[in-house]
Design a protein around this ligand. Structure first.
Ligand code: MG
Ligand code: ZN
Length: 178
């Protein structure tokens, strides 16, 4: 059986974009995002978070604190009877730790998930609030969705050759319409 899934960017898609989130107290779900995840789960999609966390490379955030932030996210979702299928993060930044395969827009985190799950990549979606997320999806040959939360509204105004397959106001609108 092939599994369809959604690769979700974290900041600006699930939770408020605060710029280098490093304090667990600053992790706040965006309005409607929990409901969106619930809808997507009901539609039998796997949900995998893939997030660049260069704050780790930059020394603003320890892996331990990042884990605390993710535990908080998982706990709140659990209280809402939602489980994420996986969470991948890239702790690197080329200026501090050299190049890596996992930092978006490289498709490394998606390809890692592909090895673990039997994923039909072409029928899976990469959802993000930046053109870099869209580029990641394209590099991995997923369908791509830009949401206009987080940096989305700014990103959509950029002149770019990176065109998302779909654009939605927020994750909930995507969840309802997919
Ligand atoms: Mg983001
Ligand atoms: Zn990396």
């Amino acid at each position: 059986m092939l599994i369809y899934l959604h690769f979700l960017d974290r900041d600006g898609v699930l939770n408020k974009e605060v710029g280098y989130l490093s304090n667990p107290n600053d992790f706040v779900f965006l309005e409607g995002s929990i409901e969106a995840l619930k809808i997507l789960k009901q539609k039998d999609y796997l949900l995998i978070v893939i997030t660049n966390q260069a704050a780790v490379a930059r020394g603003f955030l320890t892996v331990e604190t990042l884990q605390v932030i993710h535990n908080k996210m998982v706990k709140i979702l659990k209280e809402n009877k939602i489980s994420l299928d996986d969470i991948y993060y890239c702790p690197h930044h080329p200026e501090f730790t050299g190049p890596c395969d996992c930092r978006k827009p490289n498709p490394g985190m998606i390809l890692k998930a592909k090895l673990k799950f039997n994923i039909d990549i072409r029928n899976s979606y990469m959802i993000g609030d930046t053109l870099s997320d869209i580029e990641t999806g394209k590099n991995a040959r997923c369908k791509t969705v830009l949401v206009l939360t987080g940096y989305g509204k700014k990103e959509i105004k950029k002149e770019s050759s990176i065109i998302p397959d779909m654009i939605f106001k927020n994750l909930k609108e995507f969840a309802i319409n997919i």
